[in-house]
Every structure is written in C-alpha cells, then in structure tokens.
Design a protein around this ligand. Structure first.
Ligand code: UDP
Length: 315
C-alpha cells in the first residue's frame, strides 16, 4: 500500500484515478478546490477508510500531515471556457505555483511525482502526428497561452527539480480524453455534443468542423498514467498518452447523432482563436517504454459516456 496524493482529485480525470487507486489498495488523499471538480464525483469514496478529501487550492503550499510515496498533479481547469477569460491568470498560477508547491512536497518526502502535461504544449502543430521530440508551435500571447505556457513551464520545473534536486519525476502529455465523470457543463466537445443531443438542443460546431482531434477513453488514460508512475526503469518522459484515432469535429457530431435519436440540428458557431487545426499523438514511445496502447475505440467509449450522461441528466 502506498500513500498517494492526487491534486485535482475531484475532477473528471482525478476522480477516475482515485477510484482506480483505491481499488488497487492504496491510501489516497484527494486534494481539490472544487472549481471545476465536484464532491459528487467522489461521493462514494468519502466514507472509505483509505480515502480523505481535502479542500485546498494548489496555488497555496500544502503541508501534508502524512509522508507521501506518490503525487499525481492534475489540478488545473482543462476546458477552454473555464481556463480562459477572467480565469486566465488563475490558470497560469495553478499550473506554475501548483507544480512548484507539489515539487517541494515531493522533495520533502522523497516521493515520486507525475505531472499531467498536455498535447497543448504542441500548440498549432506543424509536425503531424505529434512526437515527443517536437517542440511545438504555441502562441505565447494568445488566449490559450495561460494553459499552454503554464503547462510548458510546469514541465520545465519538473526537469529542473529532477536535475538539481534529485526529485523522481514522470511527465505525461495527455491528448483529448472523455468519459464518465465529465461535467455536463464543462464546455468540451464530447460532453457538449452528447448533452446537446440528449436535451434536443442545437449541436454547436465551432468553425466548419474540419479541425481534428484524437479522442481517448478515460480508462485507457488511467491505465497509461498508472503504468507511467510505476515504471521502475526511471523513464521520466515526457510521453504522449492518447488514442491515435483521428476524427474531424463534424465526424464526431455525426457519430453522436447516429447514436442518440434526437431533434437536434447542427449549427455553426465562430471558431475560437488559436484553436488547433489538427491533433494526433504518435504513441510509439508509450508502446516501447510502458507496453501501453489504448484499447477502447471511439464508438465503444461514446456508448459508455452516453450511458453515463443519460443517467446524470435523468434522460
Ligand atoms: N468544439 C466544437 N463545439 C463545441 C465545443 C468544442 O466544435 O461545442 C471544438 C473546438 O473548437 C475544438 C474541438 O471541438 O476544435 C475540441 O474542443 P475541446 O474544448 O473539447 O478541446 P481542445 O480544444 O482543448 O482540444
């Protein structure tokens, strides 16, 4: 049994990770400020003897009363409508001060720390599919910069603490992920399209819908995260964790419409600025180093996600 801190533990990815770690027999401390996370997501765990929820913002240092073996740093709003606008400065602080505080904690306890970085570090990619050696094409002053540059800076801090402080680090770059425990109001494309179809509302395609994304089901991500954290060969990454199946946003809308009988119509809305044109992970490295590859195709993952939202929305 390991003592594990999960920051952002009541969010979409965090809650799925907490369930997995409890199932694996660990002691889990779940830390969140509940800005985009929700206690509802971890409600069945609240009375579990190996689970503790702590309301805390990672921008502030956290003096954990227990000695930690592992830290998963997930805390950060991840959906553009929640990380941009008047939240953008908060987002940069969450990325940068958050990882600084967690790295100090890892150093204090000799704990291993995993940073959830992102495909956004590649920005508007000029190399396709994206390999880890590609350094990216981020607009440093655009509306996505608070997140993209925040996550890039967090990677740089991870490697500096590794080089200069001897901290045991792991860095993964997560590509678009969907599944149960997503917030219906999150504003991301998969949750939006499913909830819009279930409610009979317009399906909002930003731009022409020709931009592509590669969608990974949550269970595949969680398996990749745990394998990365527990690899004993000192493989630090960064490593891409995503599903290379690439779809246009229009194709995703059509697929959702095939699966949900609805009166919803497709409508177009302006494309947000700096919205990446294409995104697909090269996952050769994850295969070589972790023996990992995704196993759940989009159609199957969508069925599970639709079932979750039907229940959540009571439809
Ligand atoms: N998108 C869309 N309609 C929506 C929400 C998003 O067409 O209701 C588009 C968005 O412009 C982007 C893609 O879907 O091109 C993925 O958006 P999301 O916010 O899910 O993730 P990210 O842009 O961070 O990859």
């Amino acid at each position: 049994m390991k003592t594990i801190l999960v920051t952002g533990g009541s969010g979409f990815v965090g809650s799925n990770l907490c369930y997995r770690l409890i199932e694996d027999g660990h002691r889990v401390i779940c830390l969140d400020n509940n800005y985009t996370g929700s206690l509802d997501n971890v409600a069945p765990l609240l009375n579990h003897p190996r689970f503790t929820f702590v309301e805390h913002d990672v921008i502030e240092p956290y003096e954990c009363p227990e000695k930690l073996d592992r830290i998963y740093n997930l805390a950060c709003p991840a959906s553009p409508p929640f990380y941009q606008g008047n939240k953008s400065i908060f987002t940069t602080k969450t990325c940068v001060l958050g990882i600084l505080n967690m790295l100090e904690l890892a150093k204090r306890d000799g704990a291993r720390i995993l940073q959830t970085s992102t495909s956004e570090v590649y920005g508007e990619p000029l190399v396709h599919p994206q390999v880890e050696t590609y350094r990216g094409n981020v607009n440093p002053i655009g509306i996505r910069a608070c997140y993209d540059e925040g996550k890039r800076c967090a990677e740089s801090l991870m490697f500096d603490y590794h080089r200069h402080e001897g901290v045991d680090i792991r860095v993964i770059r997560i590509f678009n992920t969907y599944g149960p425990y997503m917030n219906p109001e999150d504003g991301r494309v998969v949750s939006n399209f499913i909830c819009q179809a279930l409610r009979g509302e317009d399906i909002t395609i930003y731009g022409e819908g020709q931009q592509t994304r590669s969608f990974q089901y949550i269970d595949d991500l969680i398996e990749g995260m745990v394998r990365m954290m527990e690899n004993e060969k000192g493989f630090t990454g960064p490593v891409n964790i995503g599903n290379p199946g690439e779809f246009t946003i229009r194709q995703l809308a059509d697929l959702v419409l095939q699966k949900i009988p609805t009166t919803s119509q497709l409508v177009h809305r302006p494309l947000p600025s700096d919205d990446p044109t294409q995104r697909r992970p090269d996952i050769t490295l994850a295969g070589e180093q972790l023996g990992w590859a995704p196993t759940i195709p989009l159609s199957e993952g969508l069925d599970k996600t639709i079932a979750y939202f039907r229940e959540k929305l009571g439809m």
